[in-house]
Design a protein around this ligand. Structure first.
Ligand SMILES: Cc1cc2nc3c(=O)[nH]c(=O)nc-3n(C[C@H](O)[C@H](O)[C@H](O)COP(=O)(O)O)c2cc1C
Length: 202
């Protein structure tokens, strides 16, 4: 059925980076958000939920994205410590699925990324009570006006509840579309410092 072999040279992070580069080379009017992926989380009752998020970094340590820690996903990730990600680049007939444990990025990492964001997005991070019920649109307008006044003529500080998560992968699957739906699926499973690879039926 499937054969299990371990190869220290077969690096799924490098393979992912090459695909992301390929996606990034596609013009933005064709592929506006090459870093977009579906992020899966699970609550205490075992109910999964999924939403689109943007990848902001990837290296040997894992996959980084930013959000509000008090949002639904933020609370679920802080509690369960586990997540799943799914990238789909349709034009490349490619899907990548990642599963793993999440950790919080460091404050300095989050500060650096927050500082790079547009001022409007920085103010929005303060104004939005992400995932909580809004009594009326006027409430959001009032919150935005308040933070605009608070940060007039000065840099917008990072809100304490706004930061990043790093998914430390223990399983990465690459799916490549093939004729007659005989797609190629390569799964990498972490084995200490290296990765075991298996081929799955499509
Ligand atoms: C293209 C796209 C990119 C998005 N990027 C992010 C992101 O990087 N971070 C984020 O918190 N929400 C992002 N969102 C919004 C989320 O999909 C979601 O609505 C929000 O984070 C609240 O989710 P939650 O209630 O499950 O926590 C994005 C949505 C879209 C459609």
């Amino acid at each position: 059925m499937t054969s299990l072999t371990t190869s220290a040279n077969d690096d799924p992070i490098a393979r992912f980076e090459a695909l992301l580069e390929e996606a990034n080379r596609i013009p933005r009017d064709v592929l506006p958000e090459p870093t977009a992926f579906a992020l899966g989380t699970v609550n205490e009752e075992g109910q999964p939920s999924v939403r689109i998020v943007l990848l902001k970094g990837v290296d040997a340590r894992g996959f980084v994205f930013y959000t509000n820690y008090e949002s639904r996903k933020g609370r679920e990730l802080l509690a369960s410590k586990r997540s799943a990600m799914c990238f789909h680049w349709q034009l490349m007939e490619t899907q990548v699925r990642v599963e793993g444990v999440v950790e919080q990025v460091t404050a300095s990492e989050a500060d650096a990324y927050f500082a790079s964001r547009a001022r409007g997005s920085q103010l929005g991070a303060w104004a939005s009570l992400q995932s909580r019920v809004m009594a009326s649109p006027a409430e959001l307008d009032a919150r935005l006006a308040e933070v605009e006044a608070r940060f007039t003529d000065r840099a917008v500080a990072r809100p304490p509840y706004w930061s990043g998560f790093r998914v430390i992968p223990d399983r990465i699957e690459f799916w490549k579309g093939m004729p007659s739906r005989l797609h190629v699926r390569n799964v990498y499973t972490r084995r200490g410092a290296s990765w075991a690879t298996e081929r799955l039926y499509p």
